[in-house]
Design a protein around this ligand. Sequence first.
Ligand code: AMP
Length: 113
Amino acid sequence: MSTIFERIISREIPADIVFENEELLAFRDASPQAPTHVLIVPKRVIARVDEAKPEDKELLGALLLGAAEVARKLGLNQNGYRLVINNGPFGGETVPHLHCHILGGRPLGWPPG
Ligand code: AMP
């Protein structure tokens, strides 16, 4: 069964897409937790970072570089921003398709809840 993110990647369901390249897609989170809240996902499915393999190293690097590129594109680099990857139930993961949250536009508290 495909995840909601695979259905966004295949354009089966709509999303507010802010960036795309051959291996990544970035779109606005449907339930934003900050003035800017974007998810960036690899098009090739890796369920979560815990399931990434050594052969995924390049894609994982691309994901982080892509996140920084999106943050710059949205002007978040001026004041700073946060990247978050939730892994498993205690990490708050709800969609089993690796994704990096890009959060910005307000000061973010630490530690997270
Ligand atoms: P996580 O809890 O880290 O797995 O993050 C999943 C994120 O996906 C949540 O922040 C949701 O708000 C977001 N989300 C779920 N469905 C959609 C959707 N159709 N379009 C955009 N964001 C979504």
